[in-house]
Design a protein around this ligand. Sequence first.
Ligand code: SF4
Length: 333
Amino acid sequence: MSDNQIVDNDTDVKIINTGCCHDCGGRCTLKAHVKNGKIIRFETDNGDEPQLRACARGRAYRQKLYSPDRLKYPMRRIGERGEGKFERISWDEALDTVANKLNEVKDKYGNSSILFIPGAGNQGMLHGVTPVGVMLNNFGGYTRMWGIPSYEGALFASMATYGTMMTGSAREDLLNSKLIIMWGWNPANTVWDPGTPLMLAKAREKGIKIIVIDPIFTDSAAILAEKWIPIRPGTDTAMLNAMAYVIITENLHDKAFIEKYTVGFEKYNAYLMGEDDNTPKTPEWAEEITTIPAETIKDLAREYAKNKPAALLAGWGPARTARGEQYSRAANV
Ligand code: SF4
């Protein structure tokens, strides 16, 4: 928390400006109302637009902070693995145990035998990847996993399709869309960019149609979508391929753009038409896989192709599956 405090003398409540530490790309404003050393509630940015307004997850931070299940002390396992038996130990004992083990492993096998797998889901200064990485570097080095558990699929797809690590438009550009498809993306709870909720709300006010594709009826689907299409988890690639099949077979694709700016269309087309595997990626084929009716897939493909410009916002979640990078690639294409 910062020292930026406002004291309300009437209620003995200090309001401390801080930020949400969830690693969702938002870094939204939280104002902690503290009474007698305890946070009694959070509010967020209520100032002029554009606000850095926290989502419901961030504003529910007290549940995490004061959860009876929160790990507050070092605990040592005393039972069998998986048995769930632990005892509390002192910080000194915990630090000595870890330090001795690190020294032992380093002496015996070298620094490269120390595997550090980060992924805290929290970018607070004491909990993120950086402090442990710095400490292990000062210790002589370590081995780290290749790739990123969070968005490796999207990253790979962007590199393979566009040749860049990141692609996309500014959030403000959503207001120029005629159709917004939110695929596996729930910014009501993880915004990516604090400007997102405002732009989506403005898009909705402007009458831009928003469609959500997600196995879950998310908060975003509830408050933003004109239509929610539930999909069987992990089958998004099939649906996207079937949409491409419809767009191409109904001659709705932009041939001039493909001719001028892309390579490999013939191969992609051959795959969609089933020339490689005798399986045309038809909406009927995708219905079996996704549980989404073929007619719904056809309608969405036509709507997407005919409403220009349309925004397809492909979230990272569906790519966190086996071969999930193919979903990101299918969305990019
Ligand atoms: S969007 Fe929600 S979870 Fe993400 S930083 Fe903002 S408040 Fe936290």
